[in-house]
Design a protein around this ligand. Structure first.
Ligand SMILES: Nc1ncnc2c1ncn2[C@@H]1O[C@H](COP(=O)(O)OP(=O)(O)O)[C@@H](O)[C@H]1O
Ligand SMILES: O=C(O)[C@@H](O)C(=O)COP(=O)(O)O
Length: 413
């Protein structure tokens, strides 16, 4: 294995898997730290964790354990993948995990911090993160149920999470061909962790080249665009995707704007829907079994969702607590996915990073094979060795027709 990646969530890790696989690296996404060595032909391994919203010390412990396993597989370069909207809080976990990885690798190389993913509208300019034409803090991410993002200045926000000073590499330096020199200058000046501008794919490719022999890179999936080339791979055909036939169930715990639009579109195009409320889950008024009965009898593709607008989410959180609401919903969806598989569902579409993490852990997947792209950042994946296909969608990704399109691609269309 050449490249070892640590993903802080499952959707983000499959997003990264798509970028690496399309770049020609034989890539496998592992669910948690594997207990076995990787197969000999794997060139890029992604250890997907559900560490984004854990207390920082737990996120660090899991990330270091992933790092150790990847080192044992012979990796020479490591990538810490987080969200293109930099989902984190003033306490972490991007800063603390990055610092822990630097210490464990005993590296003094510059470390890129770059969440840019221009294909999906995430760009970094003058150290600030934009989503399309909005600053991060005005993009809807300021209302995220777990990691509300209210500061678009990555240097300032990351500075709250780290002990070390934060550097900056400007877009002007990248386009002038000075990315590597600029990174080395920042590190030599005591700013080893460097927020990098990037507004187009080409900038990300330049950053990948500039960091070709640096031990650690961090970023969104976009930062991996240049890495297959650095590691000697050629973009090529991915393995053929046969798809998995059989019943499909869609689940959504994502309250992001894009997901809520997709839910509306699913309804307009004839999808069957069942909304579950936090109160009903906690009181037992809604159960996994009755929901699955409904799904099996649904006239069209069934979608079970808790997704709601920011005002309704605030009401639920004020009543039950942020953590308790999230845990109740994630637990419900985890059981729903497990129960669905027992009842013969073979395709599961899950919207939301935390939600998908709960679903993937519940279905007992150990490794995921990366299939074709459904929408930018979202591949179809197949659970290794099983007739089970999944689509793990980041809340913010996907076109309006995502749910029906995903169902078709999962079955090989
Ligand atoms: N109606 C709701 N009220 C409160 N919290 C909710 C509600 N619906 C979902 N959540 C929680 O919000 C979080 C959404 O995060 P996530 O699944 O990562 O979606 P996204 O990818 O859009 O960020 C999850 O923890 C989920 O359980
Ligand atoms: O980089 C991204 O935006 C995604 O890969 C990702 O990490 C998404 O996270 P969720 O929105 O929590 O799914």
């Amino acid at each position: 294995m050449k490249l070892g990646a640590i993903g802080d969530d499952f959707t983000g890790s499959s997003d990264l898997g798509l970028t690496l696989a399309r770049g020609g690296l034989k890539t496998v996404q592992y669910v948690g730290v594997p207990s076995q060595p990787a197969a000999a032909d794997v060139e890029a391994g992604i250890v997907a964790l559900k560490s984004r919203s854990l207390p920082a010390d737990e996120a660090i412990a899991q990330s270091l354990s992933a790092l150790n396993w990847l080192k044992e597989q012979g990796c020479t370069q490591f990538l810490f993948k987080y969200c293109s909207t930099f989902d984190s809080t003033p306490d972490g976990n991007i800063g603390p995990v990055t610092e822990a990885l630097i210490n464990a690798l005993e590296t003094s190389d510059p470390v890129i911090v770059c969440p840019a993913f221009p294909t999906t509208g995430r760009t970094v300019y003058q150290g600030h993160l934009f989503v399309m034409d909005r600053l991060l803090s005005e993009s809807g991410m300021e209302n995220h149920p777990l990691t509300p993002m209210t500061d678009p200045d990555l240097r300032r926000f990351l500075g709250l999470q780290t002990q070390s000073p934060i550097g900056h590499l400007s877009h002007a330096e990248i386009t002038a061909g000075n990315a590597r020199d600029g990174l080395l200058r920042e590190a030599a000046g005591g700013r080893q962790i460097v927020v990098c501008d990037a507004i187009a794919d080409q900038d990300l490719v330049q950053l990948g080249k500039a960091a070709k022999d640096f031990a650690l890179i961090t970023g969104g999936s976009g930062i991996a665009l240049g890495l297959p080339d650095v590691h000697g791979a050629q973009p090529g055909d991915q393995d053929k995707w046969p798809g998995v036939k059989g019943p499909v169930l869609a689940i959504s715990g994502s309250c992001s704007t894009a997901t809520r639009d997709q839910i509306a579109a699913h309804k307009v195009t004839g999808g069957s829907q069942c909304k579950v409320l936090v109160d009903d889950i906690l009181s037992g008024a809604v159960t996994v079994e009755t929901t699955l009965d409904w799904a099996q009898g649904a006239a069209s593709m069934p979608l079970v969702y808790s997704s709601d607008d920011p005002a309704a989410v605030k009401v639920a959180q004020a009543r039950f607590g942020r953590e308790k609401s999230a845990t109740a919903i994630e637990g419900f969806f985890a059981e729903l996915a497990r129960g669905a598989i027992k009842r013969g569902f073979t395709r599961i579409i899950s919207a939301g990073g935390e939600t998908s993490g709960a679903v993937v852990e519940a279905v007992g997947a150990e490794a995921l094979r990366i299939g074709p792209m459904i929408d930018p950042g979202v591949p179809a994946v197949q659970v290794e060795g099983r007739d089970l296909a999944l689509a793990l969608k980041s809340g913010n990704f996907g076109a309006e027709d995502f749910f029906f399109k995903a169902a078709a691609i999962l079955e090989g269309a």
